[in-house]
Design a protein around this ligand. Structure first.
Ligand code: IVH
Length: 669
């Protein structure tokens, strides 16, 4: 019989969760951990074990549950208790001073009014509701009155407390907090790099990336996106009153809610203007994008007195920075073809200096974007750089039109090979199997540092190899002769030999790198690595089904379909055979031959006698298996120890094979 859940046990679990949440805060928010990682892991393990043993103690707000819930069909609507207003804008100092004058006039204040000045973060506004200190609902701003319920996604953010810390001061009965979800610039670039490598469309800017990630129906995708949150305000608060906005902000960190380090209390508008100038300078060096500052009247009674007008509070103002924009003229729109066949329209512009660099090209993303902006060849446009990504066309200046501008339409045939172009949602793709542009893109990707790492195989050389028909497929690279190379432009004996040596050197590679190098649609570096660990032999891939693949953690139906399709394709199969024949040697991730658990998913319940649960999990993973924390149809085996929990019944219901500890041991030995 399982022991009863006593009050003492409940308190113990609660206490553990609070402690873990506190150390999360020290680690992720303050960047000042107080305890070694091992001690943190130990607390997590203890909590996991208790929750495994006593299912009635489980809670969606437990720190063990940041893993991401199952996907939703659509988002529910959440009505905000108090509407989430927007901000009136100011674009220069005079407008900011006007705001101050208006405030003083309405308040009939003879002296200065104090403000809080904050960076205006360029992300996505959200509202979170905490009841009794527990995170219960999170929503987007939506139209200000109704937002979308994104609770499951928000739970995956490590900078968001699932429970408020109550060590220093009590928490309100109900607290609605508001903040901005952002992605830092370096993480954004990394995310886009990975997307491009996987043949996916990159995000236009960090704000789009944050918004797109937060509004994912599958929380597991959100979990893998580098989202962070800063809190800057409240909605309704029950059980606690504040006098000033500054007091609210200073209380947030005590509850574990992260505030931006650059906020400042200013005694008057002059101090605010100083702050604005300072932040405008600092802006370039901040790790995230800000597009201005937000000025807020500090005293809350003053805020109430000021009220709102046209869905914006009279007590706050967004004071925007001059954007890194310029005007220029579009001379032409050309179409680039990537390695996956995706066609991207690119504006060729009269060169302008933007944020210190000269630019002459801007991406127009796709036809939908061209239609939205109504960009035509010959138009005068405003271009802008977000972070240091390729510039964007923000807007057309119609008053500069002469009438000679030409509309642009994406071609129905590939501009490089003439094959048919098909439209997949917003992306146009060339379906030509022998498209030289795709081929060049594939070779470039195959040879790149993170893939096969073929030193010296640059764009110019690739162009020549393709133009002369020496390489029609990546496998051809390994069959090129030294004489053939020497016949190319700018190729002396020595450089030809260097290429031959580099090709030879690249032949031995871990399977993950090779899978990545193949350039399978949606298979980026991490996915390739994950795949290789689960399926350590290249030959396995020719036999895998979509069902086998979706079992791998982090692999969804889209990736699975793409992998299966790739390995089924006759040309791809031949290419891989020729690569093998050329002497490609793949290093398989180390997996024991005996008891090979490749691709099998295990879940544990109850207490194991011979080893800890973590140890058992590691064992399974070291043998190529996968471990899950909850029971679903993806699970192949359940290992049931003593006193199995509710998972056991669910596994039985789903017809999952249940192993005793003995049977499990036999299997792995
Ligand atoms: S306060 C009524 N503070 O700006 C108060 N907003 O146009 C409204 N934002 O949707 C929000 N940083 O997404 C506030 N420090 C900050 C902010 C901020 C960014 C965004 C927020 C909001 C938009 C208002």
């Amino acid at each position: 019989m399982r022991a009863m859940v006593t009050e003492a046990l409940k308190r113990k679990v609660e206490k553990l969760r609070e402690e873990i949440e506190y150390h999360n805060y020290r680690y992720y928010i303050l960047d000042q951990p107080e305890i070694p990682d091992a001690q943190y892991d130990c607390m997590m393990r203890e909590l996991e074990e208790l929750e495994g043993k006593y299912p009635e103690l489980r809670s969606p707000n437990s720190p063990t549950q940041r893993v991401g819930a199952p996907p939703l069909e659509s988002f529910e609507i959440v009505r905000h208790t108090l509407p989430m207003l927007s901000l009136a804008n100011a674009f220069d100092e005079n407008e900011a001073k006007d705001f101050d004058r208006r405030v003083k006039k309405i308040l009939a204040s003879p002296g200065d009014v104090a403000y809080v000045a904050e960076p205006k973060l360029d992300g996505l506004a959200v509202e979170l509701v905490y009841e009794g200190g527990h995170f219960i609902v999170g929503a987007t701003r939506g139209d200000g009155v109704n937002g979308e319920n994104i609770t499951q996604n928000l739970r995956t953010l490590k900078t968001l407390p699932l429970q408020l810390i109550r060590m220093e001061i009590p928490v309100p009965d109900r607290l609605e907090v508001r903040g901005e979800v952002i992605i830092k610039l370096d993480k954004f670039k990394e995310l886009n790099r990975k997307r491009e490598e996987a043949g996916e469309a990159p995000f236009a800017n960090p704000r789009n990336a944050a918004a797109g990630s937060v509004r994912q129906l599958d929380p597991k995708i959100t979990r893998r996106r580098p989202l962070e949150i800063y809190f800057y305000g409240v909605g309704e608060v029950a059980g606690r009153t504040f006098k000033t906005h500054w007091e609210i902000l200073q209380t947030f960190p005590k509850w574990g809610l992260r505030i931006n380090p650059h906020i400042r209390r200013c005694q008057n508008i002059e101090e605010v203007l100083d702050y604005y100038r300072e932040m405008n300078e600092k802006r370039e060096n901040l790790p995230y994008e800000i597009d201005g500052i937000v000025i807020k009247v500090d005293r809350l009674d003053f805020q109430t007195g000021l009220g709102e007008i046209a869905r914006s509070p009279r007590w706050a103002l967004a004071f925007k920075f001059a954007p890194k924009q310029e005007t220029t003229r579009i001379m032409d729109i050309i179409v680039q073809v990537g390695r996956t066949g995706a066609l991207t329209p690119v504006a060729v512009m009269e060169p302008v200096r933007l944020g210190g660099v000269e630019v002459s090209r801007a991406t127009l993303h796709n036809q939908d974007e061209i239609d939205r902006l109504d960009v035509r060849v010959g138009d005068t446009v405003i271009v802008q750089r977000a972070g240091d990504v390729i510039p964007d066309v923000v807007q057309v200046i119609p008053s500069k039109r002469k009438g000679t501008e030409k509309k642009f339409r994406m071609p129905s045939e590939c501009p490089v090979c003439g094959s048919e172009v098909v439209k997949e949602e917003v992306i146009c793709r060339c379906i030509g199997l022998d498209c030289p542009a795709q081929l060049k893109g594939r070779i470039k990707h195959f040879a790149s540092k993170r893939a096969m790492d073929i030193e010296g195989l640059g764009v110019k050389l690739i162009d020549q190899l393709v133009a002369r028909g020496l390489v029609k497929d990546v496998a051809d690279l390994y069959y090129i002769k030294r004489d053939e190379l020497m016949a190319l432009e700018r190729m002396a004996e020595k450089s030809a030999q260097n290429i031959i040596d580099a090709l030879e050197k690249s032949k031995t590679k871990p399977l993950g790198k090779f899978l990545f190098a193949l350039g399978i649609l949606h298979v980026g570096e991490t996915t390739a690595e994950d795949l290789s660990r689960t399926f350590p032999r290249l030959d396995d891939f020719f036999r895998l089904s979509e069902e086998d693949l979706v079992k791998v953690e982090g692999i969804g139906p889209e990736v699975s379909a793409s992998v299966v399709q790739f390995f089924r394709d006759k040309k791809n199969r031949e290419s891989i055979q020729r690569l093998k024949k050329a002497g490609i040697k793949l290093i398989e991730p180390r997996v024991k031959e005996k008891g090979d658990l490749a691709g099998k998913t295990f879940v544990f319940t109850g207490t194991l006698k011979s080893c800890g649960r973590d140890e058992a999990r590691n064992l399974v993973e070291s043998l190529g298996g996968i471990t899950a924390s909850s029971v679903s149809k993806k699970v192949d085996f359940m290992v049931a120890g003593e006193d199995p929990g509710a998972k056991y019944d669910k596994a039985r219901e789903l017809g999952i094979r249940v192993l005793s500890e003995e049977e499990f041991k036999q299997m792995i030995e």
